[in-house]
Write a protein that binds this ligand. Structure first.
Ligand SMILES: [Zn+2]
Ligand SMILES: [Zn+2]
Length: 241
């Protein structure tokens, strides 16, 4: 099942391992997520736009604020407006006014909540992204070259590290998981400790007694921490070098 993701997962790990310059480093899973996000937003305003199946789903699930904003940046205003027109129609249909207004109101409240909490793009990405994380755990289990690629990572963002760890726990035997945590977990712990040192150095620089001490790479420590905590969801994190 996960075989189809072997190539993209390997490629993302290779690209992130090769990206060893200064500043913010992109976690390999963030790379994969971004790629899925790009593909989905392209598809939704392109080939899938007029497919009735897709339309039913976009009507019912809607879009989260992040993805709606992304759709607006794509410059395809007519396909977007057509989709929004049909989405609004679906929303209007949820607002029924029967004989018992309280009952109708309760039903409307429930269905509107599910539209407002949902996102067609998020749910599509999540499905594939989960399989990619499972593939990474599977590759770590059976491919020693992939273990080397994992060891060569600068770090993983917190959310993706947590998910990688959880997938490994499910996929690997107890002994393998212990080995995984000892190597992947230890490298991540080391990164977190070095990030903490950099943030401390950053704070110290605001104390006049240490003002003349060198930054030693700590100048962008808050941005790197934000990236670690939020992954690629941080706006222009990569520009803050
Ligand atoms: Zn990440
Ligand atoms: Zn979304």
């Amino acid at each position: 099942m996960e075989q189809i993701y072997t190539i993209p997962v390997n490629e993302a790990f290779e690209a992130s391992a090769a990206d060893s310059g200064e500043g913010v480093h992109v976690c390999p899973f963030c790379r994969l997520y971004k790629k899925l996000e790009c593909d989905e937003t392209e598809l939704i305003l392109g080939a899938s736009m007029m497919e009735p199946d897709t339309r039913l789903k976009t009507n019912a699930q809607g879009f989260c604020p992040t993805h709606l904003e992304q759709l607006f940046t794509m410059g395809k205003r007519l396909p977007l407006a057509l989709m929004l027109e049909s989405h609004l129609e679906h929303i209007s249909e949820q607002m029924k006014f029967g004989m018992f207004a309280a009952k109708s109101g309760a039903a409307a409240s429930k269905s509107l909540r599910s539209i407002s909490d949902g996102c067609y793009i998020c749910s599509r990405i999540e499905h594939n992204f989960n399989l990619m994380i499972e593939t990474a755990a599977l590759l770590w289990q059976c491919d020693t070259a992939f273990r080397d690629k994992t060891a060569a990572q600068h770090h993983f963002c917190l959310d993706h590290f947590t998910r990688f760890l959880a997938a490994a726990q499910v996929r690997l035997s107890k002994r393998e998981f212990a080995e995984f945590y000892k190597s992947v977990g230890a490298a991540e712990a080391e990164y977190i400790a070095s990030l903490k040192d950099d943030v401390s150095r950053f704070c110290k620089k605001f104390d006049y007694r240490y003002a003349d001490e060198p930054w030693e790479g700590a100048k962008d420590a808050p941005e790197r921490t934000a990236y670690f905590l939020s992954g690629d969801k941080v706006p222009d994190a990569k520009d803050k070098k």
